[in-house]
Design a protein around this ligand. Sequence first.
Ligand SMILES: C[S@@+](CC[C@H](N)C(=O)[O-])C[C@H]1O[C@@H](n2cnc3c(N)ncnc32)[C@H](O)[C@@H]1O
Length: 274
Amino acid sequence: MTSQPDPDAFRAFEHAGWEKLPRRYHDAFASLTTQAIGPLLQAVNMRSGMRLLDVATGPGYVAAAAAQNGANVVGVDFSCAMLAEASRRNPGVEFREGDAEDLALPDASFDAVVMNFGLLHLGRPERALAEAHRVLRPGGKIGFTVWAKPEEARGFGIVLRAIHKHGSMDVPLPSGPPFFRFSEPDECRRSLLQAGFAAPEVATIPQLWRLSSPDALFEIMQRSTVRTGGLLRAQTPEALDAIRSDMRDATASHRKDDSVELPMPAVLASAIKQ
Ligand SMILES: C[S@@+](CC[C@H](N)C(=O)[O-])C[C@H]1O[C@@H](n2cnc3c(N)ncnc32)[C@H](O)[C@@H]1O
């Protein structure tokens, strides 16, 4: 990856990636990221009639769940392809094109803002937290999830270890903020306080990723993710073969009956706008 962070180049890279991914993202990740919806909505005190903004909504899982529970929901994403998928899956829900770092929404217009596995994809996550703070009414709550550290979220631990061992992390991709920055509870609290929020709370959500075979993890990481996929696609063919084989062996150790079960816990952070 290039050494100097360039948030605009990183944003363009992420945007181009997500535009190609809606179906594959859904097939690979829906069963996993939807596990966080209950705790995330609980953390922002979801209730019928509240105005809820789902930032980086992707295929709209959180937005749809909140709408089903009676919230007045807007889902925002910067990928038109993702929004098309979200609207197709959830015809009654309002989705809008928009940037998490620069929301075209009025001040104090929501009771809750959520972001499920979105913050770690942003070049300027501080701006997204500041924007969430701006659009929340006083007393409103923010909640976001990110992946736990790779030692705990084994899917990421396995692929990163294999790349370190057989490939190179030094590939020509736009560098973004550290992928696991918000996996640290202290960093969540610090960033939320810095954005103006009060009473930050951080918890871990246990999640399990069921995969059809030990080969599935490599296929998903290569074809259905943006940053990790870019890292894999930039490896030499020889390194990629070794990485695939290493990942297959490591994943096989999580075999459960006919499938594989990988621990993929999430970190859930929430706070209040005073
Ligand atoms: C990992 S997906 C999360 C999708 C969904 N929230 C879920 O629960 O599975 C990340 C999403 O963030 C969106 N995204 C990334 N950067 C963004 C930005 N700057 N503004 C708005 N959306 C963004 C991507 O288009 C993608 O849909």
